[in-house]
Write a protein that binds this ligand. Sequence first.
Ligand SMILES: C[S@@+](CC[C@H](N)C(=O)[O-])C[C@H]1O[C@@H](n2cnc3c(N)ncnc32)[C@H](O)[C@@H]1O
Length: 208
Amino acid sequence: MNKKTDKVHLVYSAKSPEELAKRYDEWAKEYEGDLLPENYTGPEPAADVLGKYVSKDASILDAGAGTGLVGEILHRRGYRNIEAMDLSAGMLEEARKKNVYTGFHQGILGEPLELTTDRFDAIISVGTFTLGHAPSRGFDELIRITKPGGYIVFTIRPDYYENSDFKDQQAALEAEGKWRLVETGEPFLNLPEAEPDIYLQVWAYQVC
Ligand SMILES: C[S@@+](CC[C@H](N)C(=O)[O-])C[C@H]1O[C@@H](n2cnc3c(N)ncnc32)[C@H](O)[C@@H]1O
């Protein structure tokens, strides 16, 4: 493990949203400089999946937008109606500089969001539903603010999916008729240049 990936583990081990927000606020300015040289791969595969189902004129929320890497990719691919949401003001400040988002929301996944019901055509969330970050109950609010027929695309670590309540929660939401599974991608290395190996997997659901 090196100094850069130490920061990844520091955010994984946060004990509360307040502690996590503080750690990301402190990391915000160095986040991209730390992760991009390690070939951080999360955003592209998620954007690829979203692109299969969501048209260019869709209103999209980037949930856990961070410094805006996902928004940048979507904007490059022709999406023009993307809003950013994150618990860290510092990360949102960096995202603002990208000039690719049309709105900014500070909020906590897992708690009620100040966003109206059926507001977005799609939600994308990369690297946010993970250890010490957004809990699985965060999906309830994402489903609420997505229009029926809209899509929720997110990444999750396969090991975390298996060993947390995500597996049961995702299945329960489907059994309750809240969403239906559209696609599960193959696991891929999140930081190919860094140790230890962390895999991510893209999931896509359609809201009912
Ligand atoms: C690993 S970063 C990923 C950022 C960006 N999506 C990317 O791929 O570069 C995780 C982001 O999720 C945010 N986050 C973590 N837990 C959250 C929560 N419960 N609610 C909202 N944002 C959260 C963090 O502040 C951070 O910006």
